[in-house]
Design a protein around this ligand. Structure first.
Ligand code: SAH
Length: 345
């Protein structure tokens, strides 16, 4: 089987072009054609015939196929179910804001973290996604927008908050980021990419050296070890205290901050004491808190608190002067909101 073109970052492609004695401009032409213009046909513009033949014979250009598309009637969020070559499936969500979109990408089929509040976790880990399967979600969603919402194919933010633990699949996620960032291709700004993690230490340790500048979101969910153990089992292996210390080592740009995500679960982690402790451990950090009211899914054991409880929680955090946002739920009518992704069937 041919290797996928979409598994190569720009320097990988340059090396291949060089090793095969092709004109060195072919790399930038090809990246531009496939990532900036997002063409489906083979590239014939500004490229020598021998390069065309080489590229066609050498690489596979297939992408994950769209199986089904659900469009939210409430807010125009779009959830895609993709079929991969081995028939596994993953989901991707486009989240609209002012006719532009953020894309929520999956990094694994299923997930090994087994968090008690997350639908994906109930699937277990099937396998990691390849770089081409990650990048492919983006390209296919972009093409779908071009066809179905012409003029709106602007995906300006990328968040790794779909299925999977992105830092558990570090190499493929890193290479996907390099492709997104490449100025020869999609040229997404480094501050427009956010990777969300449950606190997977081996990946956090590689962050500063290997993906500097990319935004980090930590799924915190409880400042208390015992409660966090219950929600996020890998907390037993990588305790919150160590995770926070590792994050503190990551250098930030001037205006950059770490996002701390906090799911609010009724009668579990939604009291003023929880908020106070959360504020206490985050004080002094470049922090931004995202409060996510729990989204239910078939068989889930938790509930979402009432709005006034959510607002009380935020009011406590406000006294710590930490910027806090209550994340509005998008796409929940089509099970596309946080934690509702599950592609088992
Ligand atoms: N594994 C990564 C990324 C995937 S989850 C992580 O843990 O961060 C993306 C975000 O959705 C995380 O903050 C996660 O905790 C949250 N989430 C998962 N299940 C949820 C649910 N049922 N309701 C609300 N948010 C949920």
């Amino acid at each position: 089987m041919k290797p996928s073109f979409y598994d190569l970052n720009y320097s990988d492609l340059e090396i291949v072009i060089q090793q095969n004695n092709l004109n060195h401009s072919a790399a930038s032409v090809l990246f531009n054609w496939h990532y900036k213009k997002k063409q489906t046909a083979q590239c014939l513009d500004n490229i020598a015939q021998c390069s065309v033949v080489f590229v066609q014979n050498t690489f596979d250009f297939s992408l994950p196929e769209i199986d089904t598309v659900h469009e939210s009637k409430n807010d125009r969020a779009v959830k895609f179910l993709f079929t991969l070559k081995d028939q596994h499936k993953v989901e991707t969500v486009l989240i609209p804001f002012h006719n532009k979109y953020s894309i929520c990408l999956s990094s694994q089929v299923g997930c090994a973290m087994n968090c008690s509040f997350c639908f994906t976790g109930t699937q277990g880990l099937k396998r990691h996604l390849t770089t081409s399967e990650i990048v492919g979600q983006f390209i296919q969603a972009w093409r779908w927008l071009a066809n179905h919402r012409p003029g709106e194919q602007r995906i300006l933010n990328i968040v790794f908050m779909g299925q999977g633990e992105p830092l558990h699949n570090f190499d493929a996620v890193k290479k996907a980021c390099e492709i997104f960032l490449s100025q020869h291709g999609t040229s997404i700004g480094v501050q427009k990419i956010t990777i969300s993690t449950a606190g997977y230490m081996p990946g956090l340790k590689r962050w500063s050296e290997e993906i500097p500048g990319v935004n980090l979101a930590l799924s915190l969910h409880s400042p208390f070890e015992e409660k966090r153990n219950e929600l996020i089992p890998i907390n037993k292996k990588y305790p919150l205290e160590d995770v926070l210390a590792a994050i503190d080592q990551i250098p930030l740009n001037k205006k950059q901050f770490i996002t701390y995500e906090y799911i609010l679960i009724k009668d579990f982690n939604d009291t003023p004491e929880d908020a106070k402790q959360l504020g206490t451990i985050l004080t002094g950090k470049s922090a931004y808190i995202n409060l996510i009211p729990f989204n239910s899914f078939p068989g889930s054991k938790y509930q979402r608190p009432d709005l006034d409880k959510i607002e009380q929680f935020k009011a406590v955090l406000d006294t710590f002067k930490i910027p806090t946002l209550i994340r509005s739920t998008k796409g929940d009518d089509v099970l596309a909101a946080c934690g509702q992704l599950n592609s088992k069937n």
